[in-house]
Design a protein around this ligand. Structure first.
Ligand code: NAP
Length: 241
């Protein structure tokens, strides 16, 4: 069997109704996985595009929402993709915009990893892929809670690697560059920001969700068995500039 195949594996992707999460769900389905499409919005459209898939309601308004999800079914691959962003000047930034973003992007990601590991550690096998960001490395502008959460997610990826790598669980992250999804709609709608971003991307184009999806398949596959604690940039060369 190809080392890039996910045949016989079950993958759970959070935020699988749209954007990067939807593309990852479809790609993992193409690679042969049974896909659990988890989201607060309906994932029926995604499920309909995958040969073997099911929907799961998961709303990280409660960051502990995934407790119990892994107890009654075997899940081999977890993709922590759900994420939100709030934009405002740091001097005006509100506590609710801080807490909402940290809850979904960081607290929910940690406790979902923990719930997954409680089930996967006794089996001695599992793959976690966290969706980080360029703002795991850079400061960004007017997005303080997002930047803090994504720096935190990169750190979590490393500590969980240190604790679980020898026990059969690979914990890695992808740092997407500027990808055409709802998350970046405001940037693409602003001609000045759009031009400034495009001018800096060596590849000369915005990324597509599918650019991220195939990287997630790779990190979830046996081909990545010796990759632990990596935060892999998929950014058209942005960070090389
Ligand atoms: P998106 O289209 O806005 O998708 C975000 C996903 O997260 C949606 O499925 C959304 O569900 C889900 N989500 C938000 N809050 C949730 C909650 N409380 N409970 C469960 N799910 C929730 O944006 P995207 O670009 O695909 O983002 C996916 C991930 O990539 C995020 O972690 C984002 O930070 C990261 N990322 C994106 C870019 C980029 O350029 N697009 C760059 C770097 C990193 P709803 O549709 O119901 O809101």
């Amino acid at each position: 069997m190809s080392p890039f195949s996910l045949a016989g594996q079950t993958a759970l992707i959070t935020g699988a109704n749209t954007g990067i999460g939807q593309a990852i769900a479809r790609a993992m389905g193409r690679a042969g996985a049974h896909v659990i499409c988890a989201g607060r919005s309906s994932c029926d459209e995604t499920v309909g595009q995958i040969a073997s898939a099911e929907a799961l309601h998961l709303d990280f308004a409660n960051p502990m929402a995934a407790q119990g999800v892994f107890a009654d079914r075997q899940v081999d691959i977890l993709v922590n993709n759900a994420g939100i962003i709030r934009r405002d000047d740091s001097v005006d930034f509100t506590e609710s915009d801080w807490d909402d973003v940290m809850d979904v992007n960081l607290k929910a990601a940690f406790f979902t990893c923990q719930a997954f590991a409680k089930a996967a550690l006794p089996r001695g096998a599992g793959k976690i892929v966290n969706i980080a960001s360029l703002l795991s490395f850079q400061g960004g502008i007017r997005v303080p809670s997002y930047t803090a959460s994504k720096h935190g997610l990169a750190g979590l990826t490393k500590i969980l690697c240190n604790e679980w790598a020898a026990k059969g669980i690979n914990v890695n992250a992808i740092a997407p560059g500027y990808i055409e999804t709802n998350n970046t709609q405001a940037l693409r709608a602003d001609p000045e920001r759009n031009k400034a971003i495009l001018d800096r991307i060596p590849a000369g184009r915005w990324g597509k969700a599918d650019d991220i999806a195939e990287t997630a398949v790779f990190l979830a596959s046996p081909a990545a068995n010796y990759i632990h604690g990596a935060v892999l940039n998929v950014d058209g060369g942005w960070l090389a500039r």
